[in-house]
Design a protein around this ligand. Sequence first.
Ligand SMILES: [Zn+2]
Length: 258
Amino acid sequence: MFYLDSHCHLNDRRLCDEAEKIIEEAANADVKALLVIGWDLESSRQAAEIASKHDGVYAAVGFQPENLDTIDDSALEQIKMLAKNPKVIAIGEIGLDYYWNSDDETKAKQKKWFVRQLKLAAELGLPVSVHAREATQDIYDILKENDVPQKGVLHCYSGSAEMLKEFAKLGYYFGFDGPLTYKNAKEPKRSCLACPLDRLLSETDCPYLPPVPHRGETNYPSYIPLIVSEMAKIRQESEENIAKAIKNNFERLFHVKL
Ligand SMILES: [Zn+2]
């Protein structure tokens, strides 16, 4: 089997000291490709550094919407420089998050920098990794308005199954993670079932969102098989088929050969 984690944070302070060990444990669980995602300049730098040191490990660089305190033109210029590293295969995670704060000023700032980073991805010919929380409609409107030729993935997809079809029409992919395994997670299960097989991706978002039976613990890329197994159950397809489709999807979206 060939599994992969299309969204993990080995650059998180809880994981970065153990990155070597975590990558090895993932490989032992057949999780053979990892995409390490930045959320600001420093974490993007670290993501690129971890990726540079390991085969099968890639990086995405960008500013996540809850981490915009240090963003400015020069920070974005440095993201652009980092993106020239051949192991950097996406801009992300970028997007909108209205969960903690949804006043007009916050929304306007998040939208401004989301659009700027979408334009950067278009300019660099890279796909995007999109973070969306409590902001599905605004994300949709902005993605529709600002076409990224290489498209991207809606990571930890949390919109409805109906909206998923709309995003699919725009050319986007969908990442599912730990919450898929939670008993009460009806909407993610519906969305996973509605997702076209050629748009499906697996991810952990580790150290966050551990799948069952690891809830309350730190999450690791080696738990990916638990998520793919849940996908297989929901979609009534074999794990082999799903894992194979996910590998193809990752290669097609991020233009890498695994
Ligand atoms: Zn993330």
